[in-house]
Design a protein around this ligand. Structure first.
Ligand code: MRU
Length: 370
């Protein structure tokens, strides 16, 4: 995507320096655009855990590049395999909910094993990291094209009146390598000249909607309005939402969706008001082992200070201010699970399917259990 006329992905190898990974440090957006260098596995792990990079697809891509750095480090360590396995464990421990993380680490572990010597293992890890990132971008682009058909169908019913789409959190290009998932149909529709407007949930406590989705949409010139997290139900009751599209951090093969905390409440309101509720995700966000999302998807519990303090720009500097009584404890559940029965459909890189085992496995037959 373009940022001030320059084309960026969210992660890449530094030109001219194969040993450095570069990322956009998302903690300072939308107020500052900072590129950060990552040179070690530990720096990648910190960047994931502390959310310099975040969003399911980007977490996976970062883990892929982290494993490539691990091969560089391992070649000068005492035991190559021991170092690689420790790096995999370190990266896997950073964030529990987005399944893209372990998916990417496991893909790298399998690939690295194929190399016959250290140099070949490094080259394989480099190619695999790039492939993970390229595929993520390509899958998001396809999701945009399939999601566009849903927007066009609504456009026909509305006879050209503006279409109001509500989204939660940031499942935009910043959450992936490019294009995003929930935003990909929005970009595709806007670029095709369809009259759209986006309701952007602020997404407390880290405000990925207010900070990141709003920044992305503004940069693209897409009409949008930031709303407090509790507004969506009211808008739906008053016919002001035609479509909800969210992303997913982990979706079971039965169609239950873990996504940013608050998604479930939006799905309940959407069902009560007959508003279509779609989830857009690449296949790397499916968990092919878990059947019951509510019972078995691990939900990240983050630091209470993310709830107690709020970050913003003051006198030209980023500051954290205390919101609650200092002594009040806070609970910071980062994700919730929306049961499949509340979901109209899943938009994937292979097409749109229903949120149930049969329909998902028809699109992805290679995961059918034998
Ligand atoms: O905690 P984050 O910002 O990494 O959360 C992930 C998300 O961006 C959202 O849940 C998103 O809707 C899922 S799609 C990446």
């Amino acid at each position: 995507m373009k940022v001030k006329e320059a084309y960026y992905r969210t992660i890449w190898i530094k030109p001219g320096d194969q040993k450095t990974i570069q990322i956009i440090d998302q903690r300072s957006l939308p107020h500052e655009f900072i590129i950060e260098d990552l040179k070690t596995v530990e720096q990648v792990a910190i960047a994931i855990k502390d959310m310099h990079v975040r969003g399911a697809g980007l977490i996976g891509a970062a883990a892929g590049y982290g494993m490539y750095l691990a091969t560089l480090e391992a070649s000068s360590s005492n035991s190559f395999d021991k170092h690689i396995n420790a790096a995999a464990a370190r990266l896997n421990a950073t964030r529990p909910t987005a399944v893209n993380l372990t998916w990417a680490v496991n893909r790298q572990l399998t690939a690295i094993q194929q190399g016959s010597d250290h140099q070949e293992k490094i080259e394989i890890a480099n190619r695999t990291a790039i492939a993970i990132a390229d595929e993520d971008a390509a899958h998001c682009k396809n999701i945009g094209n399939f999601g566009l058909e849903i927007v066009e169908e609504i456009q026909r019913k509305k006879n050209g009146e503006p279409i109001n789409i509500l989204t939660h959190c940031n499942a935009g290009w910043l959450a992936f390598v490019d294009y995003g998932t929930a935003t990909a149909p929005i970009y595709a529709a806007f670029d095709k000249g369809i009259d759209i407007h986006v309701w952007v949930d602020e997404t407390r406590p880290r405000n990925q909607g207010a900070r990141l989705t709003a920044w992305e949409l503004a940069a693209h010139g897409i009409p949008h309005t930031v709303i407090a997290d509790n507004v969506g139900g009211h808008l739906m009751q008053h016919g002001q939402v035609d479509l909800v599209i969210t992303g997913s951090d982990r979706t079971t093969y039965t169609g239950d969706v873990a996504n940013k905390i608050g998604t479930y409440l939006k799905a309940l309101a959407a069902q009560d008001n007959n508003v279509p509720f779609y989830v857009a995700l690449p296949s790397s966000s499916f968990d092919w082992k878990i059947r019951d999302g509510c019972a078995d998807i691990p939900i990240e519990l983050r630091d209470e200070n993310e709830v107690k303090y709020i970050q913003g720009l003051s006198d030209g500097a980023l500051k954290n201010v205390l919101l609650t009584p200092l002594e009040s404890p806070a609970a910071n559940y980062a994700f919730d699970v929306t049961p499949a029965r509340l979901i109209t459909g899943l938009i994937t890189e292979r097409g749109v399917c229903q949120a149930n085992e049969n329909s998902i496995l028809q699109l992805f037959p290679e995961y059918k259990k034998v």
